[in-house]
Design a protein around this ligand. Sequence first.
Ligand code: TRP
Length: 444
Amino acid sequence: MESSTARGNWSGRVGFVLAAAGSAIGLGNIWMFPYRAGQYGGAAFVLVYLGAVVLVGLPLLNSEILLGRATRRNPVGALRLLSPGTGWPVVGWLGVIAGFVILSYYGVVAGWALDYTWMAVSGQLFSSTSGSMSGAFEKLVANGPRQVLWQGLFMLATIFIVSRGVEQGIERTGKILMPLLFGIVLVLLGYSLTSEGVERGLDFFMRPRFSELGWEGALAALGQAFFSLSLGMGAMITYGSYLGEDESLPGSVAMIAVADTALAILAGLVIFPLVFTFNLEPSAGPGLVFITLPQAFAMMPAPAFLASLFFLLLIFAALTSAVSLLEVAVAFLVDEFKLPRVTASVGAGAIIFCLGLPSALSEGFLDHVDALASNWLLPVGGLCTALFVGWSLDRAAARKFYSAGGSGRGFELFHFCIKYLAPVAVGVILLQNTWPAISGLFAG
Ligand code: TRP
């Protein structure tokens, strides 16, 4: 037992839920979700996304957390403890690697938000009336050293928080930043819902256009649910490993998923009315938040204030997610190699910073790393997690882990979803991602 207190623990359920919600709520909600909804038919995308959260996201989130809670180990150690002498721990390794890969470019995008906040606060973002926002963004993306500076600062903050420990670092940050984040969203919502474009914006976001969804959009929605809930790489196994057995799981899991989904939808409700108020392009893609939205701010009263508020929101969301990405590597190093937490945080953080340099220095590289992680590493990790909990772990053990600290209600439904539904759904994403490569083999 003393080893578990040495690893760290959440102070209780509130701390855990806020930290896990902090992991889930990130760039995926505020940056990716709105632009993808804009690209893939508004509410058509949102509906598939909601279905994926409930049918695949919830059972997987439950699975990861219960694996961590039952073993009190990092992803590699958890699978080794439950399935010694098998290949399953490889899935944990895959997760640790995915954490390095994702955080490497996540830090660069978070750096853009830092740069924008700084530019807004110092009055540079809206200084030249003629200079367009797309020009400002292109200038930033072309400037390697400037991106490295912000990425480095962001990584330093992430390392600092993780090095302080589970309760003093991660939990405390979640308890401070999550309420602030919701507060900022509500202020911005006040602006957007009273703007002129509110009707057209809501119509665009809330009316389904299924013709624009297609298979591609449906699969993107599934992948989005996955990424947004921080699944598929053991982040939630790690967070679950600091949770006591006396806390009921399904309720906490539902709260995390609801908070995450609510923030994604709120981000859409903030962005689209503003975009329509100024007749901008709602399906602009990844540039929606960094180019289109600042163009809208520029035409509002107090643009610098609004822009700083919005990009601060993005920074807070990214920071609590980055912390969970780094924590996977740190938990692994602390458990398996008995490294002191501070050494592990600084070491892993420094390596991840270096891995991120190509994303900052070479334009377009970031998209490839993102595709590698989002289309491959995470779905493979999620598929294996579902197969492990649904098929390898025996049913009685799964029931015991699920029910600890609560009534165990909903176990049958959970087990059905994790055994059949989740593997099929994730398998389809993977097939779709491999298909171009496979068909290319035959065509070539
Ligand atoms: N969920 C975060 C977001 O929406 C990103 C993230 C953090 C993540 N930790 C993760 C994604 C672990 C996958 C796995 O931005």
